[in-house]
Ligand binder design. Sequence first.
Ligand code: SPV
Ligand code: MG
Length: 297
Amino acid sequence: MKPRQRLRAGLNNPQQLIRVVGAHNALGAKLIERNGFDAVWASGFEISTAHAKPDANILSMTELLYCAEQMVEATVLPIIADCDTGFGNINNVVRMIKEYEKAGVAAVCIEDKVFPKMNSFIPGRQELAPVEEFCGKISAAKDAQTDEDFMVIARIEALIANQGMEEALYRAEMYREVGADMILIHSKLQEPVEIIEFCNKWKHDTPIVIVPTTYPNLSLHQMKELQIKVVIYANQALRASVKAVNHMLETLRISDSLSSISSQIAQMDELFDLQGMKEYVALEKEYKDRHRPKVIR
Ligand code: SPV
Ligand code: MG
């Protein structure tokens, strides 16, 4: 089954809660696959941080797309690409869909804020796009795709922008009507109260996606009870690596030799394995052997 079909099959399976982890490059995607998760989130926050740039539409679509393409190549898992607000207006969304679909991404997510967006956890400028404008983006996106398994997630920022539950539910309903394949409801509260209320009031089949960064105590069991279909652990892998690298560097700085950090770092063999070095060497040998002269001239 192709990654897109696998994502769709997961959504259609009533038992499955799809667990997605954020990445910013091919290596991250590969580690997520090896650790048994269902899909990869090509996170705008992670990719921005990896470029040491703010998560505020500073990077271009091409830069985000390049990272997503590398992930597609590195893993068999479906890639769900964070496409912020769609990089502009409807025409930008149409181009975006064509490019991401061609790249082999399984689904894209666009959020209903104005361009340039600001990361949802930064107070201040969190301006919502008019509902009609965002409905236009969703329906243009659905019309632009050519593979029926490609999916478009509509992300609702009404709670982030303090516009209330009624507005969030209204927008979800509108986006569903114009063809969104999933609804991502985002909240910045430290407890999942808004998410619980939203899920209890959502009476449609359109699957719900959450990003529990600020309410980490919501359990898988509770998510299943709320009929949440997809959970995105958006940035924990990058945060783990920043902490681990800082710890190693602090130790190394006050050390006399590299041996002090041996237990903190992965073995070279593990990295060669992640590179695919064994397959590379085998292929080189195969083609050399195939054309080796049978008789010595
Ligand atoms: C991301 O990972 O880029 C996201 C999630 O969009 S959040 O940082 O919560 O906006
Ligand atoms: Mg993002």
